[in-house]
Design a binder for this molecule. Structure first.
Ligand SMILES: NC(=O)C1=CN([C@@H]2O[C@H](COP(=O)(O)OP(=O)(O)OC[C@H]3O[C@@H](n4cnc5c(N)ncnc54)[C@H](OP(=O)(O)O)[C@@H]3O)[C@@H](O)[C@H]2O)C=CC1
Ligand SMILES: CC(=O)C(=O)O
Ligand SMILES: [Mg+2]
Length: 644
């Protein structure tokens, strides 16, 4: 029965409150150590109990396992441990209730955190009972990457590429991240916008593995327990959605899970946050999407959305449970909530939690960076420009407010004054003071004196913007007439069509360049391929919050920052704008390419952390001398680790 000294195995047999050792033992045939968890009333809600079938202490059991046998630079460099808790991370697999942690043989091959596939060395195959479980060849990770990219390229349909990537993430996490990092420009549109939008729409039918934590109304009163079911303990970033405004695709309910999963894969690939520190969460309060309610494959609650007190209570329980479980330094990123909840949630929790709304704040920071960079091409200061937005929701008013804040800082005028050059159009037309009474609170600061204007083209002709920004979620709303109008006012009109996915973009790159006779400085939320116009090739940039949130989050985490302040958004923005090179400007680009994004993220992180220290918001002391180097040293790299 007990015949050799292989590694640890955890049973979930203690679910009822006590550990059923015999069941645990029955499931381990042959060599084993058993480590079993049972619920208790202690702080973490669990205790570790050991069944020492041989006289091996737990410490040694851990060191006998491949999981604990990690010996790579990330962990041994001494830099990031205290920031990322890497040293503890290996132990997470042993202290989480009900999780199974097996670090050898067949099960090792099926653990995406540790699997290396054919890259397991001869020694590892011997040491970890892999002989015969793999074909005899050993190939390095670089070759695996080459093979995988060929595999992904074989698919013509973007959704198939997406599914192949998700499948890889579930099989071999480090290979997934190496592939994504090495081919970031090519694969970003696969794991992120636009393809992730289609994936969310079809999530029910393509759903294979649950990839995050689902917290529905059914879990009300039990959210603390639900969080404890997640196998990782050292969580540093949560991206949470309630699925009500997924990109520009509307209410996708529980199927919005694709968004937190996608955003967090960028936290790791672009910002170097450890995958095990990332937790995607979907709050399911129902959906008002009739199509989904009538779809037998829909994965969420089949009921209309809870609102008001019921909604607020669930969210409050969630926010409290997160703080109780992961402490106050966990970053909670709100993503793709509808605006009637997004602003209120941010306001309610910004003084008690480390919260960040990506759609309001991250988008603002990235767009401000693009605009500051664009000044090099069009001239003038921010205060010299006139801004017109189509769309006055989270993205529109968020960007508008950060521009006003920056103008106010640069020119020493009150922010109310700085707002006067910024105009917004919503579904009812230009926002003007005569509408003030019926406006949502986030639109009120933008209700300037003007007669009502219904159509965008009329607003363009009357306001005469130098910058036109689309944040409406309305595909092709920048018509030929609109782009011609803004191009007749400006030599180089700045046109940003930020709405995602591609189908919702206010105009295509081709439309922007051709209708402006090649004069537009253009960027879009989702990527467009280069355009040839009048014998010249135009390379459109991508104006997406993906430039900011990974580095921004890294900066908060590495400095132990406890609250997000607007000055941190300005710092991130400044750092990004500084990364646009002359070579980029020469191509008409106002954002750097994503190829160097990890270096850029480290610089963003450093600026954010520096500002947090300056404001007294950072708790990691003493402040590292060189914050860029420190950020880089903290970043997760997906190279395989050696298992002794
Ligand atoms: N590139 C990026 O990084 C980001 C892009 N986005 C994209 O921006 C879009 C909007 O997101 P968000 O601001 O959060 O959404 P919101 O729902 O908060 O805002 C949408 C706004 O668009 C307005 N609108 C809707 N239809 C029309 C219309 N026909 N004409 C004029 N205005 C209209 C709405 O008007 P009303 O208020 O009257 O309903 C509302 O003000 C989405 O497509 C999203 O994907 C968002 C975040 C980041
Ligand atoms: C990019 C993003 O966050 C959005 O479109 O909602
Ligand atoms: Mg979003």
């Amino acid at each position: 029965m007990i015949s050799s000294n292989r590694c640890a195995f955890l049973s979930n047999s203690g679910l009822g409150g006590s550990c059923n050792f015999s069941a645990a033992q029955r499931r381990v045939s042959g060599p084993f150590r058993v480590v079993c968890m049972a619920p208790s009333n202690d702080k973490n809600g669990s205790v570790v109990m050991e069944i020492e079938t041989q006289s091996t202490p737990l410490k040694e059991i851990r060191s006998n396992s491949a999981v604990a046998d990690v010996n790579d630079n990330e962990i041994s460099s001494g830099g990031p441990q205290d920031v990322y808790g890497e040293d503890k991370a290996t132990e997470d697999h042993f202290v989480t209730p009900w999780s199974v942690s097996v670090a050898s043989g067949y099960t090792l091959l099926r653990d995406p955190h540790f699997n290396k596939g054919l890259a397991f060395t001869e020694k590892e195959r011997d040491a970890h009972y892999l002989r015969g479980l793999l074909p005899p060849t050993v190939i390095p990770q670089e070759t695996q990457v080459k093979k995988m990219i060929q595999h992904i390229r074989q698919y013509q349909v973007p959704l198939q590429k997406y599914m192949a990537m998700m499948d890889l993430q579930e099989r071999n996490e480090r290979l997934f991240y190496k592939l994504l990092i090495d081919h970031v420009e090519e694969l970003l549109p696969v794991v992120y916008t636009p393809t992730v939008g289609e994936a969310c729409q079809k999530y029910g039918s393509i759903f294979i593995h649950p990839q995050g934590l689902y917290i529905s109304l059914k879990e009300k009163g039990k959210i603390l327990e639900v969080l404890r079911n997640w196998p990782e303990k050292n969580i540093q970033v949560i991206v949470v959605t309630d699925g009500e405004r997924i990109l520009g695709l509307g209410d996708l309910g529980c199927q919005g899970m694709g968004i937190p999963v996608g955003k967090l894969s960028l936290y790791t690939a672009l910002g170097g946050v450890r995958p095990s520190a990332c937790l995607p969460i979907t709050i399911d309060v129902g959906t008002n999407n009739e199509k989904l309610l009538n779809d037998e494959l829909y994965i969420g609650l089949k009921q209309r959305r809870a609102t008001g007190q019921e909604y607020a209570e669930l969210m409050h329980e969630f926010m409290s449970a997160v703080k109780q479980t992961y402490g106050e330094k966990v970053l909670i990123q709100f993503e793709d909530f509808a605006n009637h909840n997004a602003f209120d949630l941010l306001e309610k929790y910004r003084s008690t939690h480390l919260v960040f709304n990506d759609d309001i704040q991250g988008t603002a920071s990235v767009v401000l960076a693009g605009l500051v960079a664009a000044l090099k091409l069009v001239g003038g200061n921010l205060a010299d420009h006139r801004f017109l937005f189509l769309g006055a929701g989270e993205a529109g008013t968020g960007i508008a407010e950060l521009i006003a804040l920056e103008i106010s800082k640069q020119t020493n005028v009150p922010v109310e004054e700085a707002r006067k050059n910024i105009w917004l159009v919503d579904s009812k037309g230009l926002i003007v003071s005569s509408r003030k009474g019926s406006l949502q609170h986030f639109k009120k600061p933008w209700a300037h004196e003007h007669e009502p204007v219904k159509k965008l083209v009329d607003a363009v002709n009357q306001i005469k913007p130098t910058v036109l920004i689309g944040t409406s979620g309305q595909g092709r709303a920048f018509t030929k007439e609109v782009i011609e109008a803004v191009s007749s006012i400006n030599e180089k009109p700045i046109i940003l069509s930020l709405s995602n996915p591609t189908s919702q973009s206010e105009c295509t790159a081709e439309e922007a360049y051709s209708w402006s006779q090649g004069r537009a400085i253009f960027a879009s939320g989702s990527p467009f391929p280069p355009v040839e116009y009048a014998g010249k090739v135009f390379v459109p940039g991508q104006a997406n919050n993906a430039y900011i949130f990974p580095g921004f989050g890294l900066g908060l985490i590495m400095s132990g920052t406890i609250r997000v302040h607007d000055d941190l958004l300005l710092a991130a923005s400044e750092a990004l704008a500084a990364e646009v090179s002359q070579e980029n400007f020469d191509k008409g680009l106002i954002f750097p390419p994503f190829t160097n994004i990890r270096k850029i993220s480290a610089k963003i992180a450093a600026k954010v952390a520096a500002k947090a220290y300056e404001l007294g918001l950072a708790t990691r002391l003493p402040q590292p001398k060189n914050l860029v180097e420190f950020a880089e040293s903290c970043m997760y790299t997906p190279a395989y680790r050696n298992y002794r």
